[in-house]
Unconditional design. Structure first.
Lengths: 256, 306
């Protein structure tokens, strides 16, 4: 059974072909990586899957349901959690609010419940808050709950973003350059967190990353994207030794 | 004495401004647009209130459903807020949603045009004659050591503050309110966290319009005359209050609404009343010069982009 399956997806921006015949088949619990030079279309692929763009051609299927034609909020609540390359946090909101906001689709109380504080609402809100605290403590940012997110150190902001994505109880987590801009210490911490999230939640992860060390250590399968086309797919060893990948992306130097 | 008497009047006038300003402020906050039709939604709300009240009174008089006046008033407020919220959602759906990515100026003139359509639509439907709002509150005047307070004024001020407080709680404590605050700075990530933007936008218009309807009915009770253009100047002034309060701030819009009421009522105590608005709005202008983001506004930050 595939968790996320994509069949011959192609996307044009005007006359420009950004993605060509892209295929993907992630099974539950797998960690996949997507690498490639800048402008290869990696983030575009994330945007296509999460519904920000509609693919020109091709089918996207998540856990048996087709995603094509659905709006981003539907797709998100169907089970795709996501973080962003340039870390898109709500700068005026607190850490706790970030995580609670992401639980929107998990709260089913109606307007009546909101105005009259029905037991259902109380229960849902309490559960949600507990979940939020849990996630924040797993991410090691629970000491910041009531702080405006802008006041946190960079690494902690990244972890809040991750907690927000996890709060949606996704089936698969998309991480767009989760270690971008991090110092070596933060990097090690983030890799540990990604590993923990994978092990503890049994979550499938699909990540875009530029640091080879991160990709090679975390992923079981890697795709290399160049000009919107996958030129190689395989295990970390296969990718590292693939002459096409070395040529197009890794360069002739040895990979540490 | 005169001072305290005016205080009561200022609170009443401020209530109208505050209730209307809240709708402006919320829409501005989440959609970054001025819903210039909002003053006219206040007018529509007043007329809907007129219709509902008249209907209920007729029903009551026919003996089909005898109701005391206070019950008619409550039902009028509730039904009219409910009905007017649909007017707001309709305006959003037809006028603003298709233009969400259009230049802001286009969205702004949409509001002006919808306003004119609502005004003239009303003219076509009901004619140019002024309507007088049915009196639902048996006026009682209390004499508190020389200050005369009517029960109407107490009710209007109390209900207005109550509604503003309810909105404040709604925005602070519910998932929709939280979504509204998140949307104020971002359209990109919010949907990716499972929040439907269109629903939140519609809800914002619905809430703002419901409050405007309440203001319309209170206005009808206080000055029992309705005409199709009643929302224009009132709307402009409430708009001033919304901006003065600070973008998206419920507390700010409410306080600024009352402040406007105070300035407008107290200025004529010192200056001739013919230059009331001249002085009043010069003061407001001065405040803005020193607080360009309003009382509770934050400096604008750019929206998030992917």
């Amino acid at each position: 059974m595939s968790l996320l399956q994509i069949d011959k997806m192609t996307h044009y921006f005007g006359g420009l072909r950004a993605v060509h015949n892209y295929e993907l088949d992630i099974k539950p619990g797998q960690v996949w990586g997507l690498i490639g030079p800048n402008g290869a279309g990696k983030t575009t692929i994330f945007n296509l899957i999460t519904g920000i763009y509609q693919p020109t051609e091709g089918k996207i299927i998540l856990a048996g349901s087709e995603l094509n034609g659905r709006s981003p909020h539907e797709i998100a609540s169907m089970g795709i959690g996501r973080t962003f390359q340039n870390m898109l946090l709500w700068r005026h909101m607190t850490v706790l609010e970030h995580v609670k906001m992401a639980r929107y689709s998990k709260l089913s109380y109606g307007l009546f419940g909101a105005f009259f504080g029905t037991p259902r609402r109380q229960k849902e809100e309490a559960e949600s808050e507990e979940k939020a605290y849990q996630l924040l403590s797993i991410m090691g940012v629970d000491q910041f709950v009531d702080q405006i997110v802008l006041n946190l150190p960079y690494g902690a902001q990244r972890r809040v973003e991750m907690a927000r994505a996890l709060a949606m109880e996704p089936k698969i987590l998309f991480l767009d350059e989760p270690t971008a801009g991090m110092n070596p210490e933060e990097l090690v911490q983030m890799m540990k967190i990604i590993r923990n999230v994978h092990n503890d939640f049994g979550l499938a992860i699909f990540l875009i990353e530029h640091r080879m060390k991160v990709v090679m250590e975390l992923c079981e399968r890697i795709q290399t994207l160049v000009f919107g086309e996958v030129i190689a797919e395989g295990t970390p060893e296969e990718i590292q030794n693939n002459p096409k990948v070395i040529d197009a992306y890794l360069g002739k130097e040895t990979v540490e | 004495m005169q001072l305290l008497q005016n205080l009561i009047n200022a609170l009443q006038l401020g209530s109208f401004y505050a209730l209307i300003a809240l709708g402006y402020s919320m829409v501005y906050s989440i959609l970054m647009l001025f819903n210039f039709a909002h003053g006219d939604i206040f007018m529509v709300g007043a007329y809907i209130g007129f219709g509902v009240a008249t209907g209920l009174i007729a029903l009551s008089k026919m003996g089909a459903l005898a109701m005391p006046n206070w019950l008619i008033l409550m039902l009028t407020v509730i039904f009219s807020m409910f009905l007017t919220s649909f007017v707001g959602m309709f305006v959003e759906r037809v006028g603003y949603r298709p233009l969400r990515d259009a230049p802001r100026a286009s969205a702004a003139i949409t509001g002006l045009m919808i306003g004119i359509i609502l005004e003239t639509g009303n003219l076509i439907l009901l004619g140019a004659e002024q309507l007088s709002f049915p009196s639902l509150v048996q006026t009682a005047t209390y004499n508190l050591g020389g200050i005369y307070i009517t029960n109407q004024k107490i009710m209007i001020v109390a209900l207005s503050i109550g509604l503003a407080f309810a909105l404040h709680q709604f925005i602070r404590r519910t998932k929709w309110g939280m979504a509204m605050r998140a949307m104020a700075f971002d359209y990109v990530v919010v949907p990716l966290m499972g929040v439907p933007l269109n629903k939140i936008a519609a809800m914002t218009f619905a809430l703002g319009s419901a409050l405007a309807a309440a203001a319309g009915i209170f206005y009808g009770i206080a000055y029992p005359v309705l005409d199709p253009y009643m929302g224009v100047l009132f709307g402009w002034k409430a708009f001033v209050a919304a901006i003065l309060g600070g973008r998206g701030s419920v507390v700010g819009a409410t306080l600024a609404g009352f402040l406007l009421g105070f300035i407008e009522i107290f200025v004529p105590m010192i200056f001739p009343s013919t230059i009331r608005n001249f002085i009043a709005y010069s003061i407001v202008l001065l405040i803005l010069v020193f607080r360009p983001h309003g009382f509770f506004g934050e400096p604008y930050s750019a929206r998030l982009r992917l």
